[in-house]
Design a protein around this ligand. Structure first.
Ligand code: DGJ
Length: 724
């Protein structure tokens, strides 16, 4: 049945067209087919390469014809619901019927909005699909409107649902822990429900991360095979589920974790679920990664990721809490002498009544500890300017220690379960502030605002979050809305970040949470980068950075050269060249006390920084090709970035045995007909470049035959620039 629908274009020009109840949502190489009829269910027919017409799909018997947003009360019980609402009168059902569809055009995207209404109750649900014009990402999310006279409860409110034809489908996701983040885990889907979730409350990527890949044709491959990539853009608790129905379909659902989060929605209010970013690649997992990186640089992260991050020295692992003015200035001298561009003063600079000497006090008291820093922050920004570098500072504004002036004044600002003893986190005294409370939101905003107003030369903020929500309860939220806390915490945080970015659009802010606890696309629209891990051991970083790169581009990933022997890995000692080469494959920084470095270490760092400046644009803005995985146990790991006819190649020896066979390194993504000159970078101090230096090869040779990279000794590594 034909019906006229009105299209609302972004500039609000109006046009009218006939819609037959079928929509093809396209990106350059993918398409999503949806059909709906007036008064009918919204149904998904296809998601995959942009190769078919709706008619072909039907003629071939391939249309999936499955509910796009299965609702409890409509779907049979085998298929799990993506949405369930308890109405004000207790009714638990939803029968959603499409009312209309509108299209919103923006320069970079087209968004399709399907409005559905419940047959019985005045509740409506909009389903959004935002398709990008220049990158193969479709974002989907919902908006739920409560038109009832009293509150309704959202019992399940997924952002999106995808149907996948039954097959040899594998799920890959990142699993880890503190200091061991982002280990790729792959498993074949079999009948039943596979769930990946997080319940930390405040952070969400230490253990399981809110991104997955689904390889549709067998064991996940790096460069081949059809793979769906999905990232839930949310920094709170999440739940990703795949329900495999025997011989039928796999149903993928992604959304906020409903555990202890049945959301109470007031009358006339709308709840928007976080976006779920989807891509489909026929080039394996590598293709999915490159699309996510491209999308991050289009809109998924702040400044479109186009800022090339400064090379910095961060004080944490060099000094921990033991900072003072003299040491800060000494570190600034050192990073400036290495050719670095920024110095960041980490934890330990604040607290008046309770000076921050360790992690048991002072969070919340964001005043300079004049005993450590008699000249205050002004003396430090002056010193940085005099040395031709920028200055950055650490804060953890969402947290408080019970031993702090803030807690003495506002104990009610901490999340707490009424009448129950507080469970204390880091340092035995740490609590999480109640971000649902507008007064706390103002406080957190003011922490940033006051620092940047008083010290406008601060160019960088490291925003940390070192505690999970252990005390579930808010003195601000009413009794009947306590189950909104997990969600409203993050909505409160986002409100603060909106305010920060409205006033300070340009300042660089790192998102950190005990290492990589907040590596997610929920926060990256407000941040320039994240701290990938508190483990800076270069060997383990090869693995952590490898996994992180599945979804995040190099310029989002802060990678620092550490000191040795290194405590987190039992005192491991790794040569400085290897440590530099590993950090050079992301946003380069240093995380040690330069005063303790040997002359060789200082020289290598200086060389590494100079060479990184030449490679920086390729690494931070290039297309990533993962060549040899450290998880393949081939003794080496290799990856490269390509950008505008140039490439940067990184090769690391991760195991060392006598008579070891080192695989030939075949490159990827090059122009087969171009000739590339190899230049070795960050050559080890005291050594000459290897035999490949200065040699010229066709792109075809490099990709089809490859090169034998000399890697003899323990922790050997090489970095090359390729120029065509
Ligand atoms: C945890 C972060 O991950 C570290 O880099 C450091 O900033 C500490 N917090 C400071 O307490």
């Amino acid at each position: 049945m034909k019906r006229l629908f009105i299209l609302f274009f972004a500039m609000y020009s109006l046009s009218v067209f006939a819609w037959e109840g079928k929509v093809t949502i396209t990106t350059p190489n993918t398409q999503l087919l949806i059909h709906a009829t007036e008064g009918g269910d919204l149904r998904m027919d296809y998601y995959g390469p942009r190769v078919c017409t709706d008619q072909e799909l039907r003629d071939a018997g391939c249309a999936l014809n499955s509910s796009a947003l299965p609702a409890f009360g409509t779907v049979d019980m085998v298929q799990l619901p993506a949405i369930q609402i308890q109405h004000a009168d207790g009714d638990l059902n939803l029968e959603l019927r499409v009312k209309d569809m509108e299209i919103k055009d923006e320069n970079d995207s087209r968004t399709y909005v399907f409005t559905m209404e419940d047959k019985l109750q005045p509740v409506s649900v909009k389903v959004f699909y935002k398709a990008y014009r220049n990158v193969d990402i479709i974002e989907t999310w919902t908006e739920i409107y409560n038109g009832e006279k009293r509150s309704v409860t959202l019992k399940r409110y997924d952002s999106g649902h995808l149907v996948i034809r039954q097959g040899d489908v594998w799920i890959s996701h990142l699993h880890g822990d503190w200091a061991a983040e982002a280990e790729p885990t792959m498993e074949k889907l079999s009948s039943g429900v596979k769930t990946i979730s997080n319940t930390d409350g405040a952070r969400n990527s230490h253990l399981d991360a809110p991104e997955v890949m689904l390889s549709l044709d067998g064991i996940p491959q790096e460069n081949s095979g059809d793979v769906i990539g999905a990232a839930l853009c949310w920094s709170g608790n999440f739940e990703l589920r795949v329900n495999t129905l025997l011989k039928k379909e796999h149903h993928f659902y992604a959304g906020i974790n409903p555990q202890a989060s049945e959301y109470v929605l007031d009358p006339k209010q709308t709840f928007a679920t976080p976006r779920l970013a989807l891509t489909y690649s026929t080039e394996g997992m590598g293709g999915v990664s490159r699309t996510f990186h491209r999308w991050a640089r289009t809109c998924g992260m702040l400044h479109r990721g186009m800022n090339t991050g400064d090379i910095l020295l961060n004080s944490w692992e060099g000094l921990y809490f033991d900072i003072n003015e003299e040491r800060m200035i000494q570190m600034m001298d050192d990073i400036a002498s290495f050719g670095g561009e920024l110095f960041v003063m980490d934890d330990g600079w604040f607290g008046n009544k309770y000076p921050r000497r360790n992690d048991s006090s002072s969070l919340g008291d964001w005043v300079v500890d004049a005993r450590k820093l008699p000249g205050g922050i002004k003396a430090l920004t002056d010193a940085a300017r005099q040395r031709g570098i920028k200055f950055g500072i650490w804060i953890e504004p969402e947290a408080v220690n019970t031993k702090s002036e803030l807690f003495e004044k506002h104990p009610e600002w901490a999340l707490q379960a009424k009448g129950r003893q507080l469970k204390l986190g880091r340092g035995g005294t740490q609590l999480v502030l109640d971000m649902t409370n507008p007064k706390v939101q103002d406080f957190v905003f003011n922490v940033v605002d006051e620092l940047l107003t008083l010290y406008p030369e601060i160019a960088y903020i490291k925003w940390d979050a070192n505690a999970s929500i252990q005390n579930y309860g808010s003195t601000y939220m009413p009794a009947d809305k306590q189950s909104n806390i997990y969600v409203d915490y993050h909505l409160g945080l986002l409100k603060v970040l909106e305010r920060v970015r409205a006033k300070y659009p340009d300042i660089v802010i790192q998102d950190c949470a005990s290492g990589g606890g907040r590596a997610n696309y929920g926060l990256l629209p407000y941040f320039d980068e994240f701290w990938a891990s508190d483990n800076t051991d270069a060997l383990q970083r090869v693995y952590i950075q490898w996994g992180t790169s599945y979804f995040f581009p190099a310029n989002a990933m802060a990678c620092h050269i550490n000191h040795c022997p290194y405590g987190n890995t039992g005192g491991r000692i790794i040569p400085i060249k290897f440590r530099c080469d590993v950090a050079m494959s992301g946003r380069l920084g240093i995380e040690l006390q330069p005063k303790d470095m040997t002359e060789e270490e200082r020289q290598q760092c200086t060389r590494c920084i100079a060479d990184y400046k030449q490679l920086r644009n390729i690494v931070q803005n290039g297309e990533l090709y993962r060549l040899i995985s450290p998880y393949e146990r081939k003794g080496v790991s290799a990856l490269m970035y390509n950008h505008s006819g140039k490439a940067a190649l990184f090769v690391y020896k991760v195991e060392n045995f006598y008579n070891q066979s080192i695989p030939r390194i075949r490159l990827a993504g090059l122009n087969p007909d171009a000739t590339y000159t190899l230049t070795e970078k960050n050559v080890r101090v005291g050594q000459r470049p290897c035999s490949l230096n200065g040699k010229r090869f066709s792109g075809r040779f490099l990709m089809e035959v490859g090169i034998e990279v000399p890697l003899r000794e323990d922790y050997a590594s090489r970095v090359f620039e390729l120029d065509s």
